[in-house]
Write a protein that binds this ligand. Structure first.
Ligand code: P53
Length: 476
């Protein structure tokens, strides 16, 4: 395939809570990820009231990257990573979220981690909030339904920007801020915004209020970050799923368009610094009583992002229902199967062309650089008799997606800063809490029942990705 420029950022991505473990080490506080149990495909993770004895919380141990990060980063370096995306666990820096001063031990851990990356010429790419809000903010403030949490996030972001200003250039504010467009699920509201719904509340309205506070918090952070270091590149991060109409029937086409608006207004606000008209019209029709002040709108304008980070795993498909007069979107109910696509063991549609569609869609709309910060294939890996995982299915998935990315860059002219595969080392799944849903180039001997030696072993895909990076994307 095509050879990409030598400054293209090839690498891998993870999030602190999914691999670090050491959940109560180094002064770390309890996060929302620490109160979600392990589940599986078709079964939602239970959100418990605090940490309950006898329950299994897979994020407490992760793969113990906290104590293995040097070994892990050395393996990334062996593959030739140019960058490594991780998040800073908010609760290592502000254990409860509302302290006035940061926790030095937490700050030091990320200093050491970033130094280790830089030693190997790996550029750290950092997400500030990746589903790991301090639980105290949920319990005392109600999560992001509360305006006060804007300042708590800004305090955290400022502490990170100031401390790592000479080590980290690429930042993202809120991971997959638009997952909560699926407002019917407790999981998305809790992981995105630290929100628990009480009986009788309008979930959709509360979600939009929380998203607004997050968008304001993000815009404030962007401004502060640029003041601390004008060279910072600060992006947003959305989960991109192109939504296709099931048929060429105009009603289905319109339904798909309206559904897309509900998933992507978040990045519209991040990039353009203002609410799109279609959302203003929607809020008005629904009579939502949202707390959006003139000052907020000024902040949004002044804090536009530098690039659009996004994850891409799958596409979605929708069919219009006659009774849906206003073409509203309810993700938990409205999506249908796409007859043209195969699915993974977790029922995620496999659609490499969808990545090219996504890149064109995003770049046409925003005209600022993109950064593919997640893409990957969650699968069950078996260790062969030779002791190695032969993950040709993962190589096939990634190879096909990289091919479509390269076409988007070379044939369509899309500007893209880099590509980081999700879960470059096996880790805990966000959606199900499983370890058997593996994404890595590196197998980790750790299992859902808590057993395992934590030994790390390269899979076949490890050597394949090394060659992809060595050849700048030419040899897939
Ligand atoms: P898991 C849902 C849909 C798409 C992406 O997901 C998602 C989710 C949340 O489950 O999350 C992102 O682990 C997220 C990562 C996550 C990864 O995709 O459920 O940014 O934290 O691990 C893969 O298979």
């Amino acid at each position: 395939m095509y050879k990409l420029s030598d400054d293209f950022l090839w690498g891998g991505a993870v999030a602190a809570h999914q691999l670090e473990g050491a959940w109560n080490v180094g002064g770390k506080g309890v996060s929302v990820a620490d109160v979600m149990t392990g589940a599986k495909h078709g079964q939602e993770r239970e959100i418990t009231d605090g940490v309950v004895e006898g329950k299994h919380y897979p994020n407490h141990d992760g793969i113990d990257h906290y104590h293995h990060y040097k070994e892990d980063i050395a393996l990334f370096a062996e593959m030739g990573f140019k960058c490594f995306r991780t998040s800073i666990a908010w609760t290592r820096i502000f254990p409860n979220g509302d302290e006035s001063a940061p926790n030095e031990e937490g700050l030091q851990f990320y200093d050491d981690l970033f130094d280790e990356c830089l030693k190997h010429n790996i550029e750290p790419v950092v997400t500030l909030s990746h589903f790991e809000l301090p639980l105290h903010i949920v319990e005392e403030y109600g999560g992001f339904r509360n305006r006060q949490v804007i300042d708590l996030f800004v305090r955290f972001a400022t502490a990170c920007f100031a401390r790592y200003k000479d080590k980290v250039k690429y930042w993202m504010t809120f991971n997959e801020i638009n997952n909560q467009a699926d407002y019917e699920r407790d999981f998305t509201l809790f992981t995105n915004s630290g929100i628990k719904i009480k009986e009788g509340e309008d979930r959709e309205e509360i979600m939009h209020q929380a998203a607004h506070y997050e968008l304001v918090a993000s815009a404030k952070a962007v401004q502060i970050g640029h003041a601390i270091n004008p060279d910072f590149e600060i992006g947003c991060m959305v989960n991109f799923q192109p939504i296709y109409p099931l048929n060429s029937k105009p009603e289905d086409v319109l339904q798909a368009q309206k559904a897309m608006q509900k998933r992507y207004y978040f990045s519209d606000v991040h990039v353009f610094g203002e609410y799109p008209e279609y959302m203003k019209a929607f809020f008005k029709r629904k009579n939502f009583d949202l707390d959006i002040t003139d000052n907020d709108l000024e902040i949004l304008k002044a804090g536009k992002v530098d690039y659009v980070g996004f994850s891409y795993y799958k596409s979605a498909t929708i069919q219009h229902q006659d009774e849906n007069t206003y073409y509203d979107y309810n993700e938990s109910h409205d999506l249908v199967e796409n007859p043209h696509l195969d699915r993974s063991d977790w029922d995620w549609e496999i659609d490499p062309i969808g990545l090219r569609v996504s890149m064109n869609w995003l770049y046409d709309r925003y005209r600022i650089p993109l950064f593919i910060v997640e893409n990957g294939f969650g699968a069950i890996d078996e260790v062969g008799e030779d002791g190695v995982v032969h993950d040709d299915y993962r190589i096939e998935y990634l190879g096909q997606h990289i091919q479509e990315m390269e076409k988007a860059i070379v044939e369509d002219g899309v500007k893209c800063l880099g590509y980081t595969t999700w879960g470059c080392i096996d880790l805990v799944s966000a959606g199900t809490g499983e370890l058997r849903k593996r994404y890595g180039f590196i197998y980790v001997d750790k299992h859902d029942d808590g057993s395992g030696s934590l030994e790390r072993k390269p899979k076949d895909s490890f050597y394949w990705y090394k060659e992809v990076i060595d050849s700048q994307g030419e040899n897939l």
